[in-house]
Design a protein around this ligand. Structure first.
Ligand code: PRT
Ligand code: ZN
Length: 297
């Protein structure tokens, strides 16, 4: 294959992961000029281009070296690794990206008695993930037949083409609508940055390292909240004990109120209403939770 000096990232052309993946790359300072067929997007600032494809093709494109990295669901990546043998073993998750969350689960008709995986013995299970399902059945010593379907897995029991299913679940609404009940979770999934286990040794490798650093910053900021509140010196300890994890808070004096302090804390993750109410009960007031836009330590 001809050597390339520009990094190439594969991502889903059109689907659930497309918008969040593009937004994440934009936040990492990457922008792209879209060509008319939208298959290849030339990177404008940095030497990083995009290949827009079906999500199922992404692991194969990385394994073949056509792309250096890919943004793809862990479900698709692990299915590929499971069925591709040695080729798949060379792929790894460089980062989990926090969007496209779902789980791969077994679901059975509402009225079917189910206690343990062995209850699936002898049944027909419809799925788009024969590799992952097959491995789970072997682990649980279940002898069932796997029926591979490209889509519409959830209606297979109604159509009589399968007894139970193994499919992606997010809200669970699709299962309820099809009178199915989730019994076992095989895999917790989200979008990941996938790539070969060893990075290219040329400039592309340097670009991957730069991109990973920016990604870490973006992910950290996305999950951070700045909590501002006022408290008296006497309730300071009780309030501080309840603060969600993060570095030591900063304390500032409040003009004209010597017994009052303004507290500023960086929190790693959401701050819930429940947490705010607890902190208020301990003596805090004038509380604000602000999103963080950029962070440079
Ligand atoms: O055309 P292409 O092959 O690229 O797209 P696709 O149709 O295969 O993929 P797409 O866009 O549907 O999903 C892309 C990725 O999003 C998946 O591989 C998962 O990693 C992730 N993802 C997150 C989901 C869901 N949530 C999800 N809910 N993928 C599919 N679903 C489907 C599921 O199959 C089921 O039919 O939504 C239904 C269940 O949703 P709930 O909310 O009713 O439980
Ligand atoms: Zn797909």
């Amino acid at each position: 294959m001809k050597p390339r000096d520009r990094l190439r990232i594969a991502m889903q052309k059109s689907g659930r992961l497309t918008e969040p993946a593009l937004e994440l790359l934009n936040r990492c300072g990457l922008s792209f000029r879209q060509s008319r067929d939208k298959l290849f997007c030339f990177g404008e600032g940095e030497p990083v281009d995009l290949l827009l494809v079906r999500d199922d093709d992404i692991p194969g494109l990385i394994a073949q070296g056509v792309c250096d990295l890919g943004i793809v669901g862990r479900n698709v990546l692990n299915e590929f690794k499971g069925i591709a043998g040695d080729g798949g073993a060379a792929l790894t998750e460089w980062r989990s990206l926090g969007f496209g969350r779902c789980r791969l689960s077994v679901a059975v008709p509402h009225d079917m008695a189910y206690n343990a995986p062995t209850d699936l013995s002898g049944l027909r299970i419809a799925t788009s993930y024969p590799g992952l399902l097959g491995a789970w059945l072997r682990e649980n010593s279940v002898d069932a037949s796997v029926i591979t379907l490209a889509g519409s897995v959830e209606i297979a029991p109604k159509l009589g083409t399968a007894d139970v299913i193994c499919d992606l679940v997010q809200s669970g609404g699709t299962l309820v609508a099809n009178q199915l009940r989730e019994t076992d979770v095989l895999l917790q999934s989200e979008a990941v940055l996938a790539g070969p286990q060893s990075l290219p040794t040329d400039e592309r490798g340097d670009m991957v390292e730069l991109l990973l650093k920016r990604l870490d910053g973006v992910i950290q900021v996305r999950e951070s909240r700045l909590l501002l509140l006022q408290t008296s010196r006497t309730t300071l300890d009780a309030v501080t004990r309840l603060l969600p994890g993060g570095p030591q808070p900063t304390l500032l004096p409040v003009a004209g109120q010597p017994d009052q302090l303004m507290l500023q804390a960086l929190c790693a993750g959401e701050v819930s209403w429940r947490q705010l109410e607890e902190i208020k009960k301990a003596g805090a007031r004038e509380m604000f939770v602000l999103p963080v836009e950029k962070m440079l330590a």
